[in-house]
Write a protein that binds this ligand. Sequence first.
Ligand code: DQA
Length: 144
Amino acid sequence: MKVLVLNGPNLGRLGRREPDVYGHTTYDDLVRLCKGTGAELGLEVEVRQTDHEGEMLGWLHEAADEAVPVVLNPAAWTHYSIAVRDACAQLTAPLVEVHISNVHKREEFRHHSYVSPVATGVIAGLGVTGYALALRWIAEHARP
Ligand code: DQA
């Protein structure tokens, strides 16, 4: 089963970006983690990152058209993009929203997510391990 792991703005800078908040794992490490976890679980995992909202919308439309499960870290779009939420609402396979940091114990503006109401589930604050947990859940619950 194919699974898309989609990452929003600034996540390509993981490891260099505010390491006190996001840790020292780089984006390349994250890709390896997701692909390795997928291989263990028998999933065909594709990991992508973009700083461009339109590109993200295109990937979500692709997942909607192909009924592919998605692990999504919408990054800053979480907190203000109705367009990303509307694209997520079109998904028919499970959607797991992941945040590396615990957004609920950070600034007030990070407490609201436009995506959570249309997600199957949400993982926040467990670092990059959250992606592996999301993939494990998908492997167990989203088999066609
Ligand atoms: C994030 C949390 C968001 O508030 C922030 O804008 C990000 C990353 C996280 O993974 O913790 O870019 O989604």
